[in-house]
Design a protein around this ligand. Structure first.
Ligand code: KIV
Length: 280
């Protein structure tokens, strides 16, 4: 038998109640905020699960923070599937949501259903996240009808940065505001269990949140959202290239890693490592 590496004490294993998309509406009804962080590997996901994170998102941000790409656009289904499997095998309680990569759902409904379904069937996720509003209503409706829960994602949708001309706040003009309000409503109507709101004025995010029965999850969208999401590498200070206004760094692991690795380097060079005690 392979060793159990879940990290849960034996007597707690069956007691863990899984967060499902059905819980989401209840969170909103009782005013309980929803906490979401991204993770891309087994060990990080296990820590998030153990501390009680509600949702673990395998964001396509993996392409930037782990693969060093300047955008999310080039991430593939295979890469997303690889990371989704790793996270799913660690998540006993948290809801696992996989991000649909660019061009895995925009090219037609059958392809969108197949690709999103793969994240549940092969990846072990409980839901997928899809960037886009009104224009994707039919696609998202069909995916949900096929039994695949969808979190919508509107506002600054990073897969569209070339159309937007960069990473700027959305929903400042009347036209954009109208589009975002309508999109949120339509996403709820077609059955999304939640809508992620990225980089928009907090007043607009509040208006959207108050107009929906399903919870909103914000990133750079103010405190009125029903929950908040951040990228784990940002909060740990591991991604140091730039710091968006909405990121709060809870640790400085980039600096810590540099220090620790430099100490190892120096110890090897100077012969201080290994000591007698560290040798057989
Ligand atoms: O890819 C990602 O990490 C996201 C963020 C909104 C959290 O979609």
């Amino acid at each position: 038998m392979s060793p159990d590496r879940s990290g849960y004490p034996e007597d707690k294993k069956t007691a863990v109640e899984k967060v499902t998309v059905r819980n989401f509406i209840k969170y909103k009804q009782r005013g309980e905020k929803i906490a979401v962080l991204t993770a891309y590997d087994f060990f990080t996901a296990r820590i998030l699960d153990q501390i009680g994170m509600d949702v673990i998102l395998i964001g396509d941000s993996v392409n930037m923070v782990l693969y060093g790409s300047p955008t999310t656009l080039s991430v593939t289904m295979d890469q997303m599937m690889y990371h989704t499997k790793a996270v799913s095998s660690a998540a006993k309680r948290a809801l696992v949501i996989a991000d649909m990569p660019f061009l895995s759902y925009q090219t037609g409904i059958p392809e969108a259903v197949t690709n999103s379904g793969r994240f549940l069937k092969e990846g072990g996720a409980g839901a997928v996240k899809i960037e886009g509003g009104l224009e994707l209503a039919d696609t998202i409706k069909r995916i949900i009808e096929m039994g695949i829960p969808v979190m919508g994602h509107i506002g600054l949708t990073p897969q569209s940065i070339h159309r937007f001309g960069g990473y700027r706040v959305r929903g400042k003009s009347e036209e954009e505001k109208k589009y975002l309000m309508e999109s949120a409503k339509v996403l709820e109507e077609v059955g999304c269990f939640s809508v992620l709101l990225e980089s928009m004025p907090k007043t607009l995010a509040q208006e959207i949140t108050e107009s929906l029965k399903v919870p909103t999850i914000g990133i750079g969208a103010g405190a009125a959202c029903d929950g908040q999401v951040l990228v784990i590498n940002d909060i740990l200070g591991l991604f140091e290239d730039f710091q968006p206004k909405f990121v709060r760094r809870y640790a400085h692991l980039g600096e810590e890693t540099r220090k620790a690795c430099k100490n190892f380097l120096d110890d090897v060079k100077s012969g201080k490592y290994p000591s007698n005690e560290e040798s057989y």
